[in-house]
Design a protein around this ligand. Sequence first.
Ligand code: FAD
Length: 433
Amino acid sequence: MAGFFMLELASRIGLHVTVDIYEARDFSKVGPSGCNMCAGVVSESLVQILAAEGINLPPTVVQRGIDSYVLHTSDLDPIAIRTPLDELRIATVYRGGGPRRPSAIEEWSSFDRYLLNLAQERGASIHPQRVVRLDWDNQHPRVTCRDLPSTTYDLLIGAVGVNSGTLHLFEEMGFSFKAPQVSKGFLSELHLGADLVQQYMGNSMHIFLLDIPGLKFAAMIPKVEYVTVCLLGEDINKDMVNRFMNAPEVRSCLPQQFDWCLNNSHCALVGPACHCAPKLNTGPSIQPYHDRVVLVGDCAVSRLYKDGIGAAYVTAKSAVVTAIFFGIASKDFAAQYRPVFERINYDNRFGRFIFLVTVFYQKWRFLRHGMARMVHSEQLQQPQQRLMSRALWDTFTGSTTYIDIFLRAIHPRFLFRLIWATLLAVLQPKRKS
Ligand SMILES: Cc1cc2nc3c(=O)[nH]c(=O)nc-3n(C[C@H](O)[C@H](O)[C@H](O)COP(=O)(O)OP(=O)(O)OC[C@H]3O[C@@H](n4cnc5c(N)ncnc54)[C@H](O)[C@@H]3O)c2cc1C
């Protein structure tokens, strides 16, 4: 994205720049070597924003358009919530070639490959190389790969994520950069085949609010032939994953023949699934810029448990706008880029609070019942009246900022309706049918 915006904006003002992109992965490969380990949900607001930027996700990249989600809680029937505005869709994508398929399907391409192609079409040179050293050459950043001569640049943009071990190269450049805080998530691709994915998941993302300590977000996301299982939280481990996958609420979303065990990771219905435990950004980096260097995306700051691709877009664009219109000195990034970085960081504080509140909903039945009652009663109302549905949608999809969700959730109208629904739920309890 940074390469694309650099060339796009420079051409608009008649500035000549050359862009080299070093990318160690080959996104056309299936399986782990071509994968950037992400659930691949692009929120509807980001789909729209990218389209306005000229990044129109083609049908071959979008695995499925999601138009609703189903919320599963421990002792209630699943609650289905449609997208608040019917014309909007969440897109699900693969960041690489996707899992190894029983039958090769050639027509799909990956989101990251598509972005690289866009940058290349604008004139970027793509080097399929791993960067192994970063240092300075007469106060200009110098990049070294194993198989290429070192190259010195006017500006180095680091977009290396948190999963590659490259962050220490930036730390060793000696400008006080400290890598961000991370935690471990879990992803699995379950192969059900197109018919069963349609039958069991349809076009809905399934979200689970289960009482598993440390689990902050759990979802099953339908793709074409596969369902992506995504668990985020505080260092997800094997026991948590097995507990989640064997929970009755999760089993009810999968065919009966489906069998799960992380140790020998087999699904009776189909062949092996693939799994990974990638790191996710859970806290900001320190000093993500210097003269002629700026870091963007996960290696700088991201949105808590949500919309990391959106945060990568926002930070990449801001860094490039700073470089093109203001300058590439540390003071320019401090003046222009830093506020954007801080805004994401500040918003995450509200995100932390919102996820703390969801823990109470995971634990306390009467709160879950009150929330469910409020959602059910909203379904016949106009979209703008569906306060709880909207708040849940935005929390789980990352469509808007956490501050926005927080402010709507402390509005007296919201609180009154929630308290009323919770009181009714306590006085007239409903059990799972
Ligand atoms: C389990 C999980 C699920 C997630 N689900 C979602 C989701 O559904 N939606 C969403 O928006 N976000 C999601 N995220 C977050 C999202 O994956 C990240 O926020 C996003 O990928 C950040 O993009 P990035 O470009 O900063 O880093 P990355 O996507 O990690 O990309 C970094 C790139 O740099 C390359 N690289 C690294 N080091 C080198 C080197 N030395 N030389 C050359 N190349 C190098 C890597 O190969 C890689 O391609 C999820 C994260 C996790 C952990």
